[in-house]
Design a protein around this ligand. Sequence first.
Ligand SMILES: Nc1nc2c(ncn2[C@@H]2O[C@H](COP(=O)(O)OP(=O)(O)OP(=O)(O)O)[C@@H](O)[C@H]2O)c(=O)[nH]1
Ligand SMILES: [Mg+2]
Length: 444
Amino acid sequence: MFKLTGDVRDGFSRLANIAYDLLDLKGNVSVDVEIIDDEKMRELNFNTREVDFATDVLSFPALSEIKEFTQKNYPDDYDGLQRAVVLGEIAINEDAVARQAEEYGTGEREINYLFVHGLLHLLGYDHIEENDKKQMRALEEQILAAQDKSVVVAVVGRPNAGKSSLVNAIVGEKVSIVSPKPQTTRDRITGIYTAGNKQIVFLDTPGMFKPRSKLDEHMDKSVKSSLGGDADVVVVVLDCTKGITADDVKFIEERLKFRAPLYVVVNKTDLKGYDAIYPILEKLNPYMSGKDGRVVRDVIPTSCRTGRNIDVLINALKAECKEGGFLFPPDEYTDRPVKFMIGEIVREKALLFLQDEIPHGVGVAVMKVDEGKSPVHITADVIVDKQSHKRIVIGDDAAMIKRIGSSARRDIENLLGEQVYLELFVKVRPGWRDRQNILRDIGY
Ligand SMILES: Nc1nc2c(ncn2[C@@H]2O[C@H](COP(=O)(O)OP(=O)(O)OP(=O)(O)O)[C@@H](O)[C@H]2O)c(=O)[nH]1
Ligand SMILES: [Mg+2]
């Protein structure tokens, strides 16, 4: 990611990140921008290059070679506060922008051009040789002309395959809770990844299974609606430790009848060797070629734990992005309200710590988030089916509910970036999974 400091104008950050994406850079980089007038630019040229005139832009590269931007590769140029490798500085002459505005269209176009030109210099591009000049011009044009594109991707698969982990790994934020228990995700969760001019909107769905209660039905509906119509692309996640079943194959065959391109991810490869993974790939092989173009676009072995091939999947999905702008602001990573996210965090901790004692987990309804107070005051109901479950959730000397509360509080403080006072109440609501009004309270 590109981080900019100084006189950053609207659009610079977008352009910088389009360049970053296009040039396939890795790690965080930062650039300081300065907008100055003719007189200062003349001075700057004189002091740094011993020429006595005002250029329209000047770049001061900090690095002599460009490789992966990590703290290890650039210990002297790493800014610990920004957590980025400092590429250098760009000075842009605003008087030159004004003079050249008419010739090159608009002032905005001209200042953007100068910024991109300066940026490419910092990345080692120059225009001394005719060929280099041509390459630099072409890149500049490509960056300036890039349109925002997006794609909606439904992530589906059996419970516990790692769908939510995959979405979190790509989005880089915890948008969807994860637990070792199946049926952790109960609703469609949107996770948004934006890089440069491309935005991938993920619909993380509940694991597919046969519906029993109203909540199950709701979960099933959210998978169906994600698959039907809402998604441009479908990613099927398989758990390589479970192999590939006849049901998985049937589902994939079924999906190939639809227009949305299909990808298959074979996840958790950190847990198994090639012996276990190969038979799955072999079974999928026939679906990767075909005359009518209805094929699995790619089969990607991944690990959310080690990050293996997550970038391969991201690149494949970037290539599926279509013109037509972004669907969400580029700095958003979920469409879910804060209240819902808080409830999910509490539910995750309850799932984690209660293990198998409460087979279907609990419901969480966030009743109040008072951001006017410091610490932020939050109250939530933890909803269970039976009196006996209530006792388990509270625990001896309230140890369990305290454990859930303090672990959830830490994550919520991370989410909000503020201190939190979290109050949990355990409530018995027999059959809550089947009661519409309670489901609505919880936000399903
Ligand atoms: N070792 C390993 N564990 C993983 C990987 N991906 C996910 N897991 C674990 O698998 C479990 C299930 O992950 P989730 O992301 O909740 O799975 P899910 O498909 O969203 O599950 P449901 O929402 O219940 O359908 C969690 O304990 C994860 O930590 C992986 O690549 N390697
Ligand atoms: Mg999930």
